[in-house]
Design a protein around this ligand. Sequence first.
Ligand code: ZN
Length: 123
Amino acid sequence: MTISTSSSSYIFECCCGERFNNVVAASHCKKCRNYSVWGYTRYVVNTLTEEVVYGDMPSDEEYAEATAAAEQRWAREQAEWQQLQEEDAQHRCDELAEEIRQEWWDQLDAEEELWDIQDRLSK
Ligand SMILES: [Zn+2]
């Protein structure tokens, strides 16, 4: 009897290149949504037999089209993410400036109070 290691049973590869030990899990790969050009699990291949066990294998044309679309999608997502980061930084900057202003006013109040006390003491 041969004992197969668990890794050797991960023979089902989805379109983003992730491997699974069963077709159902492979066809629900979460990474495909982000990492495959299709935006979903288009197909799953049994790497032992090279057989398509889920979905269908795209033609080169389809693949080229999907790649172009995905690149646009990723570029847009990247730009959106960048803008979010910038907005976030700007917001944080405003907050910090406000905090500093507040601290400054508090300090000014404290100084005034100090002057008042000294003024009273000197009388
Ligand atoms: Zn995948």
